[in-house]
Ligand binder design. Structure first.
Ligand code: AMP
Length: 214
């Protein structure tokens, strides 16, 4: 099955997408991660996107749609994929519908995570990850067992996203309300929307997601 996850920054959709990838073999397609890889590689797309990402705004629709359209054609997407962070505007949702129709690929469900936004800011501003294996941590909620050492790979180097500071997070939330929230109605009308409580326990959410995806 192919699904898309919707929700404001920090709502946990990336964490859940990774869990579903590990458990069920669906591929997580995070447009944020794809863009950060482009920035890291210094590509033309990455150079165009860098400042936009750091300001908390959205990169232009055509760039993202083109990137995701090419990615979906790759063989590792054939078992099923989880769109994480895409679509984020109504034009992106419309473009996705068109390209999936052209490629004859069905979209099973769109899962919306509803959350408390002040809690989201706290969640995002404190988060960091192991530079080597990507394992996620948080200053208050999930520290490494041994301070400064990754639980998973023993790495000692950690990173924080450049856009995970309070000002940029507020701007990302504004963009979510202005541009992304209208998509909820779009998918409701298509009968694809499923809403879940994104403030529930992480394992509870995963169980719920598994029942949706299977
Ligand atoms: P994320 O990792 O999903 O929080 O995305 C980080 C940043 O990448 C966003 O704040 C946007 O600047 C950009 N981005 C990711 N996905 C999209 C998208 N579907 N449309 C436009 N910009 C995006």
């Amino acid at each position: 099955m192919n699904i898309a996850l919707l929700g404001p920054p920090g709502c946990g959709k990336g964490t859940q997408a990774k869990r579903l990838e590990d458990r069920l073999g669906y591929l997580q397609l995070s447009t944020g991660e794809m863009l950060r890889a482009e920035v890291e590689s210094g590509s033309e797309l990455g150079s165009a996107a860098k400042d936009i990402i750091e300001s908390g705004k959205l990169v232009p629709d055509d760039m993202i749609v083109d990137m995701i359209s090419k990615r979906i054609d790759e063989p590792d997407c054939q078992k099923g994929f989880i769109l994480d962070g895409f679509p984020r505007t109504v034009p992106q949702a419309e473009a996705l519908a068109n390209l999936l129709k052209e490629k004859d690929i069905p979209l099973g469900s769109v899962v919306e995570f509803s959350v408390d936004e002040d809690a989201m800011v706290k969640r995002i501003v404190g988060r960091f990850a192991c530079t080597f294996c990507g394992q996620g941590y948080h200053d208050d909620f999930q520290k490494p067992i041994v301070d400064g050492v990754c639980d998973k790979c023993n790495g000692t180097d950690f990173m924080r996203r450049a856009d995970d500071n309070e000002d940029t997070v507020r701007s990302r939330l504004k963009e979510y309300h202005r541009q992304t929230a209208p998509i909820i109605g779009f998918y409701e009308n298509l009968g694809l929307l499923v809403s879940i409580d994104g403030m529930a326990e992480i394992d509870e959410i995963t169980k719920r997601m598994e029942t949706i995806v299977r």
